[in-house]
Design a protein around this ligand. Structure first.
Ligand SMILES: O=P(O)(O)OC[C@H]1O[C@H](O[C@H]2O[C@H](CO)[C@@H](O)[C@H](O)[C@H]2O)[C@H](O)[C@@H](O)[C@@H]1O
Length: 381
């Protein structure tokens, strides 16, 4: 199918033949090496490395750190407040390219008629507002109710950079599916087809429900633990720095670090990573994310979940992914690239994205979820 834009709202047109070699095809996605091998090769990414010993001082990663989250000024929601007019204009222009999913709601539901929606939701910045302390990124009860309601009608998964346990602690909804560590820790439904997958183990979750656990980076666990400890040690003198263990990846937060020390924190992380060629660095919102060099991300997690839910290769399925961060772009890309569904970027500042639509902040996300429920209930009458 071709993706067409009618200027104001993106349109999904007819589907092309499905890519048959998608997720689940063993040769491409076998992340585990034969017994005895140290690391899996199937999912390893080839990342060019700079010569060892050369500390990266290029301004590029510092720029990436600076640009990693909108400033407070740009995140001001109330349009009646004093936003610089050029900011206003550029935001309005940006909205032409990424129309509001609320304003385009009818368009979305028209396209969704007769289709099964599958919903994928990022956590931080999408279901909970960005706050200074990552341990306090609580979700409101109203948002929890909205997510719970929407999950009654559509299969719903949370896809987060956090560990599965941590994100479950925040969300506390057992009716959802969870993918933590940027998709490297997936707790999905038990399906006969997924039982054969080499990376899946059938287990029970905390509620005793049978689930399918998919952890393509499990071999990296000891390495991640080690790096976590080294990063805690090396950053301990940097005021405001916080290192978070997300099980298969590590987050180094600099939101509360004085900007003058950002170079130092960046250098510390690069210094540690020099010793770990199988780990790589990505940028999030005022956070440096250390993760395995695996070809696995939130986009792959979406594909995996669609497959285990029995929703892949179906023309009558409309996946919708809502997220705010760079790592969510992998999922947006999968939906756009395969012309399968809609990505919705949560942002109150203009930024380039592979999403189709936008929502300004978590309160608009909640409104969107509620609208889906209302639409579904009214269309069932
Ligand atoms: O994929 P997500 O669910 O969006 O997780 C991405 C990272 O989110 C968290 O950090 C971000 O939110 C914090 C709380 O609002 C904020 O303080 C921080 O600056 C943001 O980067 C989480 O703490 C990270 O571990 C996740 O990787």
């Amino acid at each position: 199918m071709d993706l067409k834009s009618n200027h104001s709202a993106p349109v999904l047109a007819d589907p092309p033949p499905m890519n048959k070699s998608r997720l689940g095809i063993p040769t491409v996605l076998l992340p585990y090496s034969p017994p005895g091998a140290v690391f899996s090769t199937g999912l390893l990414l080839k990342i060019p490395r700079k010569k060892p010993g050369i500390l990266e001082r290029s301004s590029s990663w510092l720029d990436a750190m600076k640009n990693s989250s909108p400033t407070h000024k740009m995140t001001t929601k109330d349009s009646s407040t004093e936003l610089a007019s050029d900011t206003d204009v550029s935001f309005r222009n940006w909205m032409l390219k990424y129309p509001s999913a609320l304003a385009s709601f009818e368009h979305i539901t028209n396209y969704a008629k007769g289709k099964r929606i599958a919903l994928f939701l990022d956590y931080d910045g999408t279901l909970s507002p960005i706050v200074d302390n990552p341990d306090c990124a609580f979700m409101s009860n109203a948002m929890r109710a909205a997510v719970s309601d929407v999950a009654k009608y559509f299969p719903t998964a949370i896809i987060s950079g956090r560990s599965c346990d941590k994100v479950y602690e925040f969300v506390e909804l057992k009716e959802l599916y969870y993918a933590g560590s940027h998709g490297m820790d997936i707790m999905g439904p038990v399906r006969p087809s997924s039982n054969d997958h080499p990376n899946c183990i059938r287990t029970t979750d905390k509620q005793g429900k049978e689930v399918n656990l998919f952890q393509p980076a499990s071999e990296f666990l000891p390495m991640i633990e080690e790096v976590f400890r080294s990063l805690v040690e090396i950053t301990k003198e940097i005021e405001g720095a916080k290192v978070e263990n997300n099980k298969f990846c590590v987050s180094v937060h600099y939101r509360n670090v004085d900007e003058k020390s950002w170079t130092t924190i960046g250098q510390c992380v690069h210094e540690i990573l020099k010793n770990y060629p199988r780990l790589r660095l990505t940028h999030g919102r005022k956070v440096l994310e250390v993760r395995p060099v695996l070809s696995w991300d939130k986009g792959k997690a979406v594909e995996f979940l669609l497959e285990t839910l029995g929703l892949s290769n179906c023309d009558d399925v409309l996946p919708i992914y809502v997220g705010d961060d760079r790592t969510d772009e992998d999922a947006f890309k999968v939906l756009r690239g395969g012309n399968r569904g809609y990505g919705i970027l949560v942002s109150s500042a203009p930024k380039e994205s592979n999403a189709f639509y936008s929502l300004r902040d978590p309160s608009e996300v909640m409104e969107f979820l509620k609208s889906l429920v209302t639409w579904k209930e009214s269309s069932a009458l």
